[in-house]
Design a protein around this ligand. Structure first.
Ligand code: FES
Length: 333
């Protein structure tokens, strides 16, 4: 951690400290200030702030979350901005963004790695002490040589020292090259937890998890937490998982979801010639066909490719009338 700066919240008397190597978003959340955000990765645009005074460096100048016109108007993405002097910023605050557990930057050790599907591995990192998070949240992994951190969701049930990530091997990907070269015992700086799309343990409603591709981890953590919660012994979990081919599919047994309270719905979008007897098409279509009962009596947790999340979101909010406060997701682009 280097030199620090003071960030003033324009129009108020509030300030918060920000280390020179921290982002405006990270520093605000560490100070308990709820800047609206989703991906913390420069993609969604939710964390736009007006830079009223001061100067920042951008970790990723070409971030898709900020249009050139907004940049010219003095707007910046809080998740990509590191101050180079004291600043004043104006931004949208959300009560839900005030973190239950403020994110911290800590070093974790890779304990183990195991394959989940043909191109997704589970990475098990351990901290030196307990590292709380809420099911469904993600963390930023600072990988050597990359200009900005990469976001990955925890898949395990919170509690203890371990954060387990399910990470897709992306051919030619910079993060893939570094992560899949790690060996047990290697150290990585991890910043987290982030996300407001976390499991609501106090809800009496059944849980519906809808995931596609590498969106598996956060909803798996939610499902596992729902099943582990003794106060919800009578609640059900509906788990929809969309994969492209049979080789990409997972089983409830492999995920620790073989439980009579879980209804598992695997869906293949490209089943051709593989003898697949199950659901085919897009995962939102399967959800539309298969989820029984009154939809507003459920909480929905979504994760996956942006078109999938958007299709499910529209189905829930526009077609099925599910209240927006029962639908949880982060948009990653
Ligand atoms: Fe900053 Fe998504 S662009 S939170």
């Amino acid at each position: 951690m280097g030199e620090g700066y003071t960030i003033a919240v324009a129009g108020t008397s509030r300030t918060f400290p920000c280390a020179a190597d921290d982002t405006l978003l990270g520093a605000a959340l560490r100070a308990g200030i709820g800047i609206a955000y989703e991906c913390a990765s420069g993609g969604c645009g939710s964390c736009r702030v007006d830079l009223c005074d001061g100067a920042v460096d951008l970790a990723y100048p070409a971030s898709p979350g900020l249009k050139p016109r907004d940049f010219e108007r003095g707007r910046r993405l809080a998740c990509m901005s590191r101050p180079t002097r004291d600043c004043a910023i104006r931004f949208r605050e959300e009560a839900a963004a005030i973190p239950v557990t403020p994110p911290r930057r800590r070093v974790a050790r890779l304990e183990a790695r195991r394959p989940v599907t043909r191109d997704i591995d589970e990475f098990d990192f351990a901290f030196g002490q307990e590292a709380p998070f809420l099911a469904g949240q993600f963390a930023l992994l600072q990988l050597p040589g990359l200009p900005s951190a990469r976001a990955y969701s925890m898949a395990n049930v919170p509690g203890g020292r371990h954060w387990q990530f399910m990470i897709r091997r992306v051919p030619g990907g910079d993060a893939t090259r570094i992560l899949f070269d790690l060996r047990p015992g290697d150290l990585v700086e991890i910043d987290g937890p982030y996300s407001t799309a976390h499991f609501r343990a106090d809800s009496p409603r059944d849980t519906v998890c809808v995931a596609g591709g590498s969106g598996l981890a956060p909803v798996l953590s939610v499902a596992r937490a729902a099943l582990a919660d003794t106060g919800r012994a009578r609640c059900r979990v509906h788990f929809f998982y969309g994969a492209r081919t049979l080789a990409d599919m997972v089983t409830p047994e492999a995920l620790g979801l073989a439980d009579e309270r879980v209804t598992f719905h695997p869906v293949l979008s490209e089943p051709d010639g593989q003898g697949w007897p199950g659901e085919t098409g897009y995962v939102h279509e399967a959800l539309d066909r298969l989820l029984p009962g009154e939809w507003a009596d459920h909480d929905f947790y979504l994760a996956g490719p942006p078109p999938m999340v958007e299709a499910v979101r529209r189905l829930l909010l526009l077609d099925r009338g599910v209240p927006a406060d029962r639908v949880y997701y982060d948009r990653f682009f």
